[in-house]
Design a protein around this ligand. Structure first.
Ligand code: SF4
Length: 177
């Protein structure tokens, strides 16, 4: 036991170093600046899994891990839609999740943005023809302000999408279909 303890103390941490790619840091810093200038604070995001395979969630979760560590740039994932500016929706919208998506949308205060992330959320991809899914993806249920394609989209794709969202001249649509 003592041997293991000393071995552990002598070894360097297993966590990888943060990204050396300046693109990620530059994107996140720009996002933070825009969110603060347009909203007066950081961007609060509520993620909604509307029946995804969890591939998209893994990439979204990566935004908050020690590698990307995006909370330092003012990007926050919140537990309640009542605290959110953005609904980030993944998955094809299964029939079981349609009502939950609508309720989450209704619980999010206006003005709000809806981002559909991943090929399935666009109404395409491997689950598009499934008997268990809503045809047409997220936009068949609620108005979508921005699509981020990819199966799954990478953390960089997600960041670029969020940046495009708040740099658009139009405001949130706030419509239910
Ligand atoms: S887009 Fe791809 S990774 Fe995302 S939920 Fe669909 S199949 Fe899974």
């Amino acid at each position: 036991m003592r041997k293991l303890l000393f071995q552990g103390l002598a070894k360097p941490p297993l966590t990888e170093a943060g990204p050396t790619d300046g693109e990620i840091a530059a994107l996140a810093a720009e996002l933070d600046h825009l969110a603060r200038s347009r909203l007066g604070r950081s961007l609060a995001i509520r993620e909604v899994d509307a029946g995804s395979c969890n591939g998209c969630e893994l990439e979204i979760n990566a935004l908050g891990n020690a590698f990307y560590d995006l909370e330092r740039f003012g990007l926050r994932f919140v537990a309640s839609p009542r605290h959110a500016d953005v609904l980030l929706v993944t998955g094809p919208v299964t029939h079981n999740m349609r009502e939950a998506l609508l309720r989450t949308y209704d619980a999010t205060p206006n003005p709000k943005w809806v981002v559909a992330a991943g090929t399935c959320a666009l109404g395409e991809g491997v689950f598009a023809e499934s008997y268990a899914c809503q045809k047409g993806g997220v936009s068949a249920v609620i108005a979508v302000d921005l699509y981020i394609p990819g199966c799954p989209p990478t953390p960089t794709d997600l960041l670029k999408g969020l940046l495009a969202l708040i740099t658009k001249n139009t405001g949130p649509s706030g419509q239910v279909r």
